[in-house]
Design a protein. Structure first.
Length: 268
């Protein structure tokens, strides 16, 4: 069993029988800003989740905001040297890499501020759902800072280099449909982003674990390769995943026309 008592800044619920975990950032008075201790908890959790039976993870937040980014009060008090802060950044990269490449679907239920390091955290999730209160920003330029948790990799990949530079230089804020249109999230809901995240997590958890592992790790790895190397890696992964014994029953159901068919979305 996972020792949930070891977490101070995260709440963890692993009680669902289908393997959907709920991880909740729990520093609401700090707008869930990420201090060094929280980063270490994220590293431990996402390092162990795949082998402890997680089939999908909903990343949520307590209070009104998802995450306001780096805990600037801690950063100010610590008065870190360049070397010290470099190592802080490397721990952020460790946490977010464990999320993106861990092979377990991570679905972020966003609300309120998704700002700075909070956007870096969200961008490491595989699916992001925004509600009406959600807004996205990279205010590092106004703070005299620079991103250190992977925004130059993941956020730039989502929205493009030019938009990211604009966000950092000018403090531009994105929200609503505009945020969806540029790729900051895949879903915009009028109600609860958490409810939608749970719906999608239940759907993802019903997939075969090896298939999800490939979707939630191999694609990211292949994006880092040359086209020739990615084509080779894709063929190898497909060879393993598409011949897994657990898929035989699903393929038989498709062949027998008893499996659910892909249908167009209902129109109003």
């Amino acid at each position: 069993m996972l020792n949930v008592a070891q977490y101070t800044n995260l709440d963890l619920d692993t009680s669902r029988e289908n393997g959907v975990w709920v991880v909740t950032l729990n520093r609401p008075t700090k707008r869930n800003a990420l201090d060094a201790a929280t980063i270490e908890e994220l590293i431990e959790l996402f390092s162990t989740a795949p082998r402890r039976g997680a089939r999908a993870i909903v990343l949520a937040a307590s209070g009104d905001h998802f995450c306001a980014g780096l805990d600037l009060i801690e950063h100010h008090k610590e008065d870190r040297s360049p070397a010290d802060f470099m190592h802080v950044c490397l721990r952020w990269h460790e946490a977010f890499n464990k999320m993106e490449y861990g092979g377990v679907p991570v679905i972020a239920a966003l609300k309120g501020a998704v700002v700075g390091g909070g956007l870096e955290l969200a961008s490491a999730a595989h699916v992001r759902i925004a509600d009406a209160s959600t807004y996205f920003a990279l205010p590092e330029g106004q703070r005299g800072l620079f991103t250190g948790g992977g925004a130059t990799i993941r956020v730039a990949d989502l929205v493009g280099k030019a938009r990211m530079i604009d966000m950092m230089l000018t403090g531009r804020v994105y929200q609503g449909q505009e945020a969806i249109d540029i790729g900051l999230a895949q879903y915009l809901v009028e109600g609860s982003s958490f409810d939608k995240a749970m719906e999608l997590a239940d759907r993802a958890a019903a997939n075969l674990p090896l298939t999800n592992f490939a979707i939630c790790s191999a694609i990211s790895h292949m994006q880092n390769m040359s086209a020739l190397d990615a084509a080779y890696a894709e063929a190898v992964v497909a060879g393993v995943v598409n011949t897994q014994p657990a898929a035989r029953e699903r393929l038989e159901a498709f062949a027998n026309k008893t499996a659910a068919r892909v249908r167009p979305n209902a129109t109003v």
